[in-house]
Design a protein around this ligand. Sequence first.
Ligand code: SF4
Length: 509
Amino acid sequence: MSKHLSMDIRVPVELDNPSIKRIESLCIQCGECQKVCREKISVSHHYDLTKTMDTAICIHCGQCVNVCPTGALVEKQDWMKVHDVIDSHKKRVVAITSPSVRVGLGEAFGMESGSFVEKKMVAALRALGVDVVFDTTFAADLTIMEEASELIDRITHHKPLPQFTSCCPAWVKFAETYYPELLANISSSKSPISMMAPTIKTWYAKKEGIDPKDLYLVAITPCTAKKFEIKREEMCSASLYHQSETYPDCDCVVTTKELANWMKAENLDMNHLEESDYDSLMPKGSGAGLIFGNSGGVMEAAIRTAYYFLTNQQPPENLLKLEAVRGEDGIREATVTINDLNINVAIIYGTENVRKFLPQLKEKHYDFVEVMTCPNGCIGGGGQPKHIGENISDITQKRSESLYQGDEEMVLRTSHKNPAIQKIYEEFYSQPLSDLSKKLLHTSYLVRDDLHEDPSHYDIIQPEKEETETKIRYKCSICGYIYEGDLTLEGDDFTCPLCGVSKDLFEKI
Ligand code: SF4
């Protein structure tokens, strides 16, 4: 007999799920969890429990938590672990805060949706006993430096395209589970949290003269899937760097809701806190890092920096408010032209929409695809304050506008112009995609092939790859751009899409 109820009744949740738990006594079997998981996330009803040895598949996005009307499904409450570490006074506790928390936390204290409470959130963490507070937007800028460099490398060296973003651990697990043939297309750049964590346990630890084992790092996020991500075996790069016994890069993840619970348990009221600033050794990131919380934000941030990498000039005003990639639709597309290079991009949220989008790869060439699992991106994350019975898209829109406004109010709008990012490359990482950055800031993925799904959809990208392997290639002798195909068929007005020289300067390779 199955240990789980039928998936027509509710989603199955394993006891060892690192992100989510069910309180049985509160479950009224209304089916809201299986509905969102089936219709928006596309996991429930997309596998057969009898073929997975009665083991539930979960990508940990927490959307079931957000729709559960009784609170039977909740994220695992890990804030008590941080509380205990603080009480023990044995470690220096460092908190890092994701962009979306500052536009969600106020709602748990009766504030208007989207209220921007960054400085009060920092003050709250200090009042709770956290020693150091950094902003994860710093590492969002680092992610953009690596991810935009990787995109240009893929385009110029004819590596697998489109490049899919990798910041969302739920999407990554979805791809590992259902579309393993896409893994070569997923950016190897880690998410901002997973870049910030090893940077803190290497560069920051050395600067401060502290043993990294004496640091306890907690990520404050809108995301229940980060609780899963930090437990992935690969996420221990700092200990590999130090050649010591294995320890995690990030020790704990606490969601926006958990932070509110923790504050309430300590009688801290948001409305009565004095504001506080982040610590300065790893200062706040740029506006580009801030908009990571919005669907389309990672894309827009990456385009700003890709423009600079390709032209050596700051992006024009229209790229600082790239309306073409903003919006509410679950699948959006745009073509961004930089010099003569047309970059076809797509922005998707909701993994059900990934299933709808993928067949388009056979019809059209895309260079860059952003995927976020939650509605409208991380601002709609499973760890954000819940609003049962309200229109969630009205709420996510207000949170989204608040992040875009925060970006517009900043002087620093691009990741590559962030002086602190320039400094960390000078002092430590050398340059994007360097050997050290590949060790600490990049990762690899697993094929989770225990699903026995119909493999007929596993050939989405493969045929294109086979076709390009037989093509003739030419290399631009000025910038190294690789042209695939028969260049003699191009007219005399053909120029290199990157540096603009004529086709005479291409050599066959
Ligand atoms: Fe987490 Fe954001 Fe992905 Fe949701 S969209 S699972 S909040 S990373």
